[in-house]
Design a protein around this ligand. Structure first.
Ligand code: NAG
Ligand code: NAG
Ligand code: NAG
Ligand code: NAG
Ligand code: NAG
Ligand code: NAG
Length: 515
């Protein structure tokens, strides 16, 4: 308990007097009673089980067959009808040792998958935690095909229902309502958190949204265009294609040109926008043939396009450029395998055009314009008017890896600037903070100081300086906002991540945040 510092311990003292459930002999009975004793509109309790010691459990849905819980808790599985043609499957994990906090979780990709590892993480930190399947099973857009209410669930409704129903289950079980409510998610989960702040500003007091898949239509389109620039290994007309093995060459050249710009050669680029990567240095000389050592003109041209912002048919910016620095990630296969990205293909077919199959061989800017104009389910999630969330006292923490090969960090900066302009606030410090994380991959991982408690497996210290969940609790419950977040790299090195637009500068012995 020594390590539980700061606000969590303070509130433990305050709230344990309200009656922690540990030591209550009727706790198991109380949990099992939820199975028949709960009457929540449109909701069926599928099961309620009391799990006193760490164990392996079976799961709902087809995404994974088993999961692990660590804390001693009451597990409630439920289904809620959200409309006549849609519903969610969800789980509430209610720890014995509870400090009055509710926490909702998001999903990933086109998911479909209950975030069991995150349920485990947050319930171990004593949050009453709820996660849902986002209204469908599996990681595909097929369930949205000609079922607009299932699409609406994915776009905006599931997290709201999870919060509304979850809070009722929490109150029924603990005999008192939650004191504060939180949300944590990354990628699609980051988009869901942003959508919650926009459409249901009352649901959460604090929202943590990482590497958010916001401006979703443009993201889906940009991913398709990157793949198109690269071409495919099978098409004779694709002299630009480079197999994944060749990206090592590109990764090394990006670092050769840009690693030292921040003052330190550590294979981490602090400011990718300062990197004016010139792929021409990799061109084969006349006497060379393309190989893992040099590139053809067509390949260099493809890289030029990949590292440039994407503009639409009308010349407007559609999406920021690929961040130089993420090429070493195994996740580059998501975009650069040579197969047209499945999320883009499925979104175009099942959601935009409402056809079961579409030949994407001529995919181009006009398809992006169509995806955007249909904006099915109001999925875009790119509206800078967070005034309702701000005015009800909501706090928002965003973070984004600067070596993210799936969603470029420039998009999170662009959203910050959009909110700034929309609300006429020169900076958003009072309610919204964005931490840019040099060298971090998508949501976690990479060579940077990428561990700061944002996800399971990234917790180093239970403190608000090193764990973004603790930082959020501090902000919401005591008004102390994080000026920086200290991340820890896999080798143990630490680095303070700065809130945008504060810069991260090398002072000769450490990176410091320069106000
Ligand atoms: C949910 O919808 C199904 C199918 O329409 C219906 O059979 C069931 O009774 C509903 N459940 C609740 C709790 O409303
Ligand atoms: C219950 O379901 C009905 C119809 O499916 C819907 O109109 C209503 O809003 C739902 N209630 C809640 C609390 O979600
Ligand atoms: C396809 O269906 C969605 C609703 O699921 C709708 O928003 C969209 O307009 C439809 N697309 C076309 C091209 O009709
Ligand atoms: C897709 O369209 C291209 C170009 O129009 C054509 O060459 C190709 O055969 C089509 N593929 C399929 C599977 O129909
Ligand atoms: C953080 O606190 C939780 C719950 O009290 C505990 O299980 C976990 O081991 C702690 N982690 C660290 C790194 O101290
Ligand atoms: C650089 O910053 C670190 C961390 O704040 C500090 O300990 C060190 O003294 C600074 N070095 C110089 C040269 O200012």
């Amino acid at each position: 308990m020594e390590l539980v510092v700061g606000i969590l311990s303070k509130l433990l003292l305050t709230w344990s007097s309200l009656g922690s459930n540990s030591g209550d002999p009727t706790i198991r009975a109380k949990c099992l009673a939820l199975k028949s004793g709960l009457n929540i509109q449109n909701t069926t309790i599928l099961d309620a089980s009391y799990l006193p010691v760490k164990s392996k459990i079976s799961t709902l849905g087809t995404c994974q067959s088993t999961a692990t819980h660590s804390a001693s808790l009451c597990r409630v599985q439920f289904h809620t009808n959200t409309t006549l043609t849609s519903g969610i499957d969800a789980e509430a994990w209610l720890p014995d040792e509870w400090y009055g906090r509710f926490l909702g979780l998001g999903n990933r990709g086109l998911g479909g998958c209950i975030a069991y590892d995150e349920l485990d993480y947050a319930s171990s930190l004593h949050f009453a935690t709820v996660a849902s399947n986002n209204g469908h099973d599996g990681d595909s857009a097929l369930p949205f095909f000609q079922t607009p209410e299932v699409l609406n669930g994915f776009s905006f409704r599931s997290i709201h229902v999870e919060a509304v129903v979850g809070k009722q289950i929490v109150e029924a079980y603990y005999g008192r309502p939650h004191a504060k409510s939180y949300y944590v998610g990354c990628s699609t989960g980051g988009r869901q958190g942003t959508q919650a702040a926009l459409k249901f500003p009352e649901d959460f007091d604090g929202i943590i949204a990482g590497a958010a898949a916001i401006d979703f239509n443009h993201l889906v389109h940009w991913t398709g265009m990157l793949s198109r620039y690269l071409g495919s290994p099978n098409a004779a007309s694709s002299p630009s294609f480079m197999p994944l093995s060749m990206w090592k060459l590109i990764a090394n050249e990006v670092l050769r040109q840009c690693d030292g710009l921040d003052g330190v050669f550590d294979r981490v680029i602090t400011e990718p926008d300062a990197c004016d990567f010139r792929p021409e240095t990799l061109l084969c000389r006349e006497d060379q043939v393309s190989s893992n050592l040099c590139l053809t003109t067509a390949q260099v041209e493809a890289l030029r396009k990949i590292y440039s912002p994407l503009y639409g048919l009308d010349g407007e910016l559609v999406y920021p450029r690929y961040d130089p620095g993420g090429e070493g990630s195994p996740l580059i296969s998501f975009t650069f395998s040579g197969d047209f990205p499945p999320y883009t293909k499925q979104w175009l077919e099942y959601v935009t055009l409402n056809v079961s199959d579409y030949n994407i061989s001529d995919y181009g800017l006009n398809h992006g314009a169509l995806i955007d104009s249909v904006n099915a389910g109001d999925i875009a999630t790119f509206n800078g008017d967070l005034s309702a969330f701000r005015d009800r006292g909501g706090k928002f923490l965003s973070y984004h890896g600067r070596a993210d090969p799936i969603i470029p960090s420039g998009n999170s900066r662009r959203f910050y600037d959009l909110i700034s302009r929309t609300l006429s606030m020169p900076n958003l410090d009072t309610f919204y903070r964005l931490f840019l994380v040099p060298g971090m991959d998508h949501c976690a991982g990479g060579l940077g100081a990428a561990n700061f408690g944002q996800l399971p497996g990234t917790q180093t210290q239970n403190s608000s300086s090193h764990n973004i969940l603790f930082a959020m609790v501090d902000w919401v419950e005591t008004g102390v906002a994080p000026d920086s977040i200290i991340g820890t790299a896999s080798d143990g090195a630490t680095r303070a991540h700065c809130r945008y637009p504060v810069r991260s500068l090398w002072n000769g012995s450490a990176f410091i945040c320069q106000e």
